[in-house]
Design a protein around this ligand. Structure first.
Ligand code: FES
Length: 578
């Protein structure tokens, strides 16, 4: 016989430990008498981090933990923040989708508890206890409210088993601990009716990550490879898109993560070769071809060549996609905010489309805030608007800093004011997400942010996000100025740098603030380069003598004796092969 032994309710409060503040509703008080259960759980009970309706724990588990942990002050019902303390039941009897009937109230088992650090604080246990708790299977379980009504301690609980394929609560808890889950098993769990939104988010995120990992490993190649320009589209007066297909007909391109770039090597009419990298500006899991979109720069050798001389049918050399500024689709679904300026729109297009390719039943909301001068410079407007029209979860906010005279506010653009934290907040006024079939309101601090644009723009936006309480780990951006920031912290002696093949030398000093690539260029050499920030490997050279250091670690691995010129500086005298 299963009984409702006690009912607990708590309010969300802020606590402070060693100067670190956090909010939790884990401390609960026992409720005496009848309690109303509504769609959102027990009336008067608040949730802080876990937005599930009801959390239940089997009271017999306390005897187990008191023995196992040899606790001086034994835990008792309510100690770990449950709403319902149940007697005569254990988790291994319960499967996701099962029902518990307590008087008029019908509850459905929707997931196991995935403990967090607030839980550790509450039970005064070390970090290692998280794994111990979860692997024990004695995690308790979350319940969704199917029928509302009044309940009271002492009532009988009827367990109604679901009739479909499912998984027990302890099995699910242990499954979630696996670093590498089987794709087939993930698909099975995702399809289980009654699986709660929190669990589902974790499972879908793991599956998204698997798909992405498999995709990015497909068709990769080393070094340069020929690609044919299969189409060229003028996006604005200044921006053209170039579609690149493998030179071998029928071949697929390599997989990539949204936000990655291509290093391209161009051979100019005078025979000179130059390398540059451009973000992939679309997203295609069928791997048919790449699209890069290039703004013509006044003095840009490469962009001028692309705009003026590159024709459909001509070839360029391309390295496999790389870069770490990518959409984190493998994380639990949260609303995404893309903020770009000018040509910074290109990786955003890829991210926006990759977001739409997520497996989630309910796509997390995506806000796209883009700033440009006016409608003449506003690239990809129609492409984005078409996606927005087809997906209710996508929202845009367009800023034209110098609107054209014939532009209409509310039609061509949403604001002519520079981006501000108030603007970001107002764009996301209706922010929320679906959680366990309910709409939960969220704030700016609950989103992930991706920024792309000029360095000053990105820095300004980061300051705005800080004002809105967004944690730094939720902000992703193209790296900028990392070299200068780190260099100032180092104390390095002047050095002599010898370039062997060129039979020349140069003097390096810390005050010159130059990478070896910049030093070589200032000495009249033209080493290959592309990204200039340690991501593409194009500037790889051989270090014949001496030692170099990297103020910021390169994003690619290097063989012994190799050096990445764009992000290395000499540590004493060195000789390079170039
Ligand atoms: S130029 Fe890309 S790693 Fe140096």
């Amino acid at each position: 016989m299963v009984k409702l032994r006690a009912i607990f309710s708590g309010i969300s409060q802020t606590y402070s430990v060693d100067g670190y503040s956090f909010e939790t509703a884990i401390i609960k008080q026992q409720v005496v008498g009848t309690v109303q259960v509504t769609d959102t759980g027990i009336v008067g009970n608040q949730v802080a981090n876990h937005k599930n309706a009801v959390y239940a724990y089997c009271s017999e588990n306390y005897a187990y933990w008191n023995r196992e942990l040899d606790l001086a002050t034994p835990w008792q019902c309510g100690s770990i923040g449950e709403n319902l303390s149940l007697q005569g039941l254990d988790e291994s009897q319960l499967r996701i989708g099962d029902f518990l009937q307590i008087g008029p109230v019908l509850l459905q088992v929707s997931g196991c508890r995935a403990p967090c650090e607030n839980f550790l604080w509450r039970v005064a246990q070390p970090l290692s206890f998280l794994a111990k708790f979860q692997s024990s299977g004695r995690t308790g379980f979350y319940l969704e409210v199917i029928s509302t009504g009044l309940i009271e301690a002492g009532m009988l609980v009827q367990h109604i088993a679901c009739q479909h394929d499912s998984i027990t609560v302890p099995e699910l808890a242990r499954f979630l601990m696996q670093p590498q889950a089987e794709a087939q098993e993930l698909d099975r769990l995702i399809a289980i009716p009654g699986m709660g939104q929190q669990m589902l988010s974790a499972l879908v995120a793991a599956r998204n990550l698997q798909i992405e990992k498999a995709l990015v490993q497909r068709n990769r190649w080393n070094g340069w490879k020929n690609f044919v320009v299969s189409d060229i589209v003028s996006e604005t007066e200044q921006i053209k898109s170039f579609y690149l297909s493998p030179a071998v007909p029928g071949e697929q391109v390599a997989g990539y993560r949204a936000g990655q770039f291509l290093s391209c090597r161009l051979t100019l009419p005078n025979g000179k070769q130059i390398s540059r990298c451009w973000s992939i500006s679309s997203y295609d899991e069928n791997l048919q071809r790449y699209r890069i979109s290039v703004k013509r720069e006044e003095l840009g050798e490469a962009s001028s060549y692309l705009h003026q001389q590159l024709q459909i049918g001509m070839q360029i050399e391309v390295m496999a996609p790389s870069g770490y500024f990518t959409l984190k689709r493998g994380e639990v679904a949260v609303p995404v905010v893309l903020i770009s300026a000018g040509i910074g729109i290109t990786p955003m297009l890829s991210m926006l489309k990759a977001h739409l390719a997520r497996l989630d039943k309910r796509l997390p909301t995506l806000y796209f805030i883009h700033s440009t001068q006016n409608k003449v410079t506003h690239a990809f407007r129609q492409e984005v608007d078409t996606l927005v029209a087809a997906h209710a979860q996508l929202h845009t906010h367009y800023i034209h800093t110098q609107p054209s005279l014939d532009s209409l506010l509310g039609v061509d653009f949403d604001s002519d004011q520079r981006l501000s934290s108030q603007c970001i907040e107002s764009v996301m006024a209706d922010l929320g997400c679906w959680f366990a079939e309910k709409w939960i309101s969220l704030g700016p601090a609950d989103c992930q942010y991706y920024l792309c644009g000029p360095d000053s723009f990105q820095r300004d936006v980061m300051r705005m996000l800080e004002q809105l309480g967004v944690a730094p780990h939720a902000i992703f951006h193209e790296s900028f100025d990392a070299k200068r920031m780190s260099l100032s912290e180092l104390q390095l002696a002047d050095a002599s740098v010898r370039f062997q093949q060129s039979d020349s030398s140069a003097h390096w000093s810390q005050s010159s603030d130059m990478s070896l690539l910049e030093l070589a260029e200032s000495s009249g050499l033209s080493p290959n380069f592309s990204c200039r920030n340690g991501h593409c490997g194009v500037c790889r050279s051989t270090l014949l003598q001496g030692e170099v250091i990297y103020p910021r670690a390169p994003a690619i691995s290097l063989a012994a004796g190799e050096v990445l010129l764009c992000c290395a500086i000499p540590k004493g005298d060195v000789t390079l092969a170039i």
